[in-house]
Ligand binder design. Structure first.
Ligand code: EZ4
Ligand code: CO
Length: 405
């Protein structure tokens, strides 16, 4: 059974998704996600021009060899574009292997370590009250873990808080250039503790609370925030600071017992090796699409398990449902699974294009028992939603300095 054909589809059912379909000589096909938001066409071109021609005719079962061929075999290692391409092929090959074996992918990884996958929902609002109203809705729907983000008074827009705009595409008003947001650390500090005081009062102590700082703080500011939030018992504080320099987290870690999470933009184990090995974090948030696929995430997860670091994959809506399907198999298998971020795939166009087989009940995902990943992509329907150039926002401090988004 050899690789016969590899097709790359770009569609925009609300957001852009790059979907890869690998078909074998016996007609079996597998799907992969290669979406890098705001840089989608770079991955398409990388795949079509540089990757696909090398794979035609290769043994479709040789997942590990193909991964190594695309990683070690290439002079240019790592990087988001390269690794998303590798990841998409890898996911598709696992999907194929599962279909041929007649088993869901989690069985190929070693079987279930738990009954279902705990998810965390996003709550946000223009005021603390609105944020907590939103959180209360999720609790009513059965969620046991919730990420809280609230608008920072005095700032135009706060990440994670879109108000009446449905997404960042709408926020930029169909102007295909990056929108801009502002940031002020003092204004944020003036609000943030109040959010968690109010959250514990309203939601009680049984709900897991999480918060994403989106890398807006310096390490010493993150340390201060971690200490400040200790009384409210967060499940984790995400992306407190950038960790391009992994040493940054030593400083944060030495000051606070608030659990720390990072990793949604990481491309390989090398981006988080020191963080994991030195036990500077508690949750690793790599995504199958951005860190090299199921093969790579399995390896990172095993490495992390030695150091008590749990897997908590990124689950933003800019990862396609194909990536989420892959995450579910990793999550149900991983002995050191923590939690899955889950925003859901609410929009109807998107639901029409991608059909997944796992089921969400009371904030838990019950994984697919279908052979392979349990995800379908309607290429015909996708034609009605062509690619639309679009970007995430850029962030500036109040004096105009470009800051971390
Ligand atoms: O802002 O993936 O934890 N989740 C996040 C995301 C990111 C988006 C960027 O599109 O930080 O919501
Ligand atoms: Co995040």
């Amino acid at each position: 059974m050899v690789i016969d054909k590899i097709e790359v589809f770009v569609s925009c059912p609300g957001r852009n998704f790059v979907t890869v379909k690998v078909t074998t000589s016996d007609g079996t096909y597998g799907l992969g996600d290669a979406t890098v938001n705001g840089r989608e066409m770079a991955v398409v071109s990388y795949l079509e021009e540089h990757v696909v021609p090398c794979l035609i005719g290769r043994d479709a079962h040789a997942i590990e060899d193909i991964w190594q061929y695309l990683y070690k075999g290439v002079y240019w290692r790592k990087g988001p574009i390269n690794m998303a391409a590798v990841a998409s092929i890898d996911m598709a090959l696992w999907d194929i292997k599962g279909k041929v074996a007649g088993l869901p992918v989690y069985q190929l990884l070693g079987g279930k370590s738990r009954n279902a996958v705990t998810l965390y929902a996003h709550a946000n609002g223009k005021s603390i009250e609105q944020t907590l109203d939103n959180a209360a809705q999720h609790v009513n729907n059965g969620f046991k873990a919730i990420r809280l983000q609230s608008a920072v008074p005095g700032l135009k827009v706060t990440y994670g808080v879109l108000g009446d705009k449905k997404d960042y595409y709408e926020q930029q008003g169909n102007r295909p250039l990056p929108p801009e947001e502002d940031w002020s650390t003092p204004k944020y500090f003036a609000m943030i503790e109040e959010l968690f005081i109010a959250a514990r009062k309203r939601l009680g102590n049984d709900i897991h609370l999480l918060h994403d700082v989106h890398s807006r703080l310096t390490p010493i500011e993150s340390a201060k925030l971690g200490k400040l939030l200790e009384p409210y018992n967060l499940m984790f504080l995400e992306d407190a600071s950038m960790a391009e320099n992994q040493e940054n987290y030593k400083l944060i870690r030495h000051h606070t017992t608030t659990p720390l999470a990072i990793g949604e933009t990481y491309n390989t184990i090398w981006d988080c090796k020191d963080l994991i090995q030195n036990q500077l974090i508690d949750f690793i948030r790599v995504a199958a699409t951005h860190a090299g696929g199921i093969t790579a995430l399995r390896r990172i997860t095993d490495f992390a398990s030695i150091y008590n670091v749990k897997l908590a994959p990124h689950g933003a809506p800019d990862l396609s449902p194909v990536c989420m399907a892959a995450h579910m198999h990793l999550n149900i298998w991983a002995p050191n699974f923590g939690i899955q971020e889950f925003v859901g795939f609410g929009n109807d166009e998107l639901k029409q294009l991608f059909k997944h087989d796992y089921k969400v009940v009371d904030g838990m995902a019950h994984v697919s028992e279908a052979p392979g990943l349990g995800i379908e992509f309607d290429e015909e329907a996708a034609k009605a939603f062509p690619y639309k150039r679009s970007y995430l926002p850029v962030c500036r401090l109040e004096d105009g300095t470009v800051w971390n988004w």
